[in-house]
Design a protein around this ligand. Sequence first.
Ligand code: SF4
Length: 587
Amino acid sequence: MANITKIENKIQILDELLRAWLEATKKDPENFSKNDYAKLKNEVYKKYKIAKPFQSIELIERYEELQADWSLEENLFFKKILRKRWIRSLSWVTVISLLTEFFGCPGKCIFCPTFEGLPKSYIPNEPAVQRAVLNNFDPIMQIHNRLRALEITGHKIEKNDVRIIWWTWSVYPKPYQEMFIKAIYDAFNTYDDMKVYLEKTNFENDKFATFKIKQGYKAKLSKTLEEAKKLNESSRLRVIWIAIETRPDWIDLDEIARLRKYWVTRVEIWYQTTIDEINELNKRWHWNKESIAATKILKDAWFKVVAHMMPNLLGSTPELDKKALAEVFDNPDFRPDELKIYPMMVTDKSELTDIWKAWNFKAYDDETLINLTAELQMMIPEYVRLNRTYRDIPADQILEGSIVANLRQIVEKKIAAKWVKLLDTRHREIREWKNDPQKAEIHTFEYEASKWKEYFLTFEDPEDRTIFSLLRLRLPENPHLTSPEEEEQNNLPLLQERAGVRTVLPELEWCAIIREIHTFWDQLSVHEKGSKFGQHIWLWKKLIAESEKLAKENWYKKMAVIAWVWVRAYYEKRWYSLEGEYMIKEI
Ligand code: SF4
């Protein structure tokens, strides 16, 4: 009885708080501030003598319930405040991270922990691991759980960026790979059906907002991967991108073909360092030549390449770390599109743990790491996106190494104090639309990457170089080289290698390739009122027109672009048509 009273009281208080908040918001919506809300909340808490504040998801869920049974009036402005207050990102896609089951790894990297029952390299109380364990590594449950948590905290979930975050995807048994990928599409296709069978989400002391499904629910799963992909084309919740992580020495033509079949769009590969001796000392057991080959073949086959680097490896020094990263950009054979930098750390259950215990390894102190990271960040060129500078390992799991989780902020403050402007794309992507897109101009950056020419086009504010929109154009072969004699004179091995990619993706023959096109807008659906996409699609048009012009100037006759169903109509209007997985146009 006591419990029921407690729950009833709680609901009553939540209702009172929501109604008071809604009323206060209505009076002067534009000027209702955070402080106004804090004042109002404190009054209600004081009245009911509440010591521990409610969680934001409790308020949102109660608001949804009241809306559903018409007990509270619909107020779009209020809804927007609710959403905004807890929204984590204004990115137009929602990131969903998934863990797979453990299948071992051929690598023997000394820093890689092995905990029983977990994929190699993962640590038990990392949030993504906890979520995966809670769901028995079932991809559908992991996705439904995450979507539910995101949805009730006010996020848009229509467009999703799925990241499979175990490090050696390519070594999984192929049937498991296919099952896992199919399950991803099934999960998004069935989420709305599943919700009908949902019991109340449990958020009592549970940061993952787990939920129970009523008995009788049976997911309508597709029979094949192709069917699941097809269904996703018209599903409310779409898979926009899929990323996998793998070793460079496992990328070959078969792998490329498989990744295209799965509609993987981004491949993360670990260079770690570009100094072979250091990779050897750390038992990576692959060489630069494999990193270089993987980078090239992935770019030629259209994928976006994210490279990982690891300063502070055994045998390295800050000077060698700088040299290793300089090679990534000075040597055109590397030059990835995106980068993650994680300093090596000692955790339990790795070979490095023993090396460290025997006093044979010492991590950089915080000051050294901060200074080094600042120097590394300042080396990153304008065509690269720096995604991370620190792996979020719980501090109590780090035996040796920095526990400064906000390393990036500290480093960037330091860089700003030197009046250095970082040029990597993440620093320049528009946030909150403070710049005026009408003033934007096209900026063209040409560079050599993995043997062929690349253009990095941006629509940017010329004053502060803020990017509204970007496009990566690759010219993966010279269409002049048509006769075998000419090909022989012009580096036959390279052309043969390129021809290899054409054997698995024949539709790309002689095509210039748009590898990425991206306009930064919030995740309002395309037709929703206020969508920045609708307002700024002209940025896309101009970038595409510019890339077609550049391709023509380089003697290309065809342009290929990857195109999800929801933008195909857009390309069709511009005389592109579907060939294989690509939209292709004679230019
Ligand atoms: S390749 Fe990745 S998962 Fe395998 S041992 Fe090395 S770090 Fe660990």
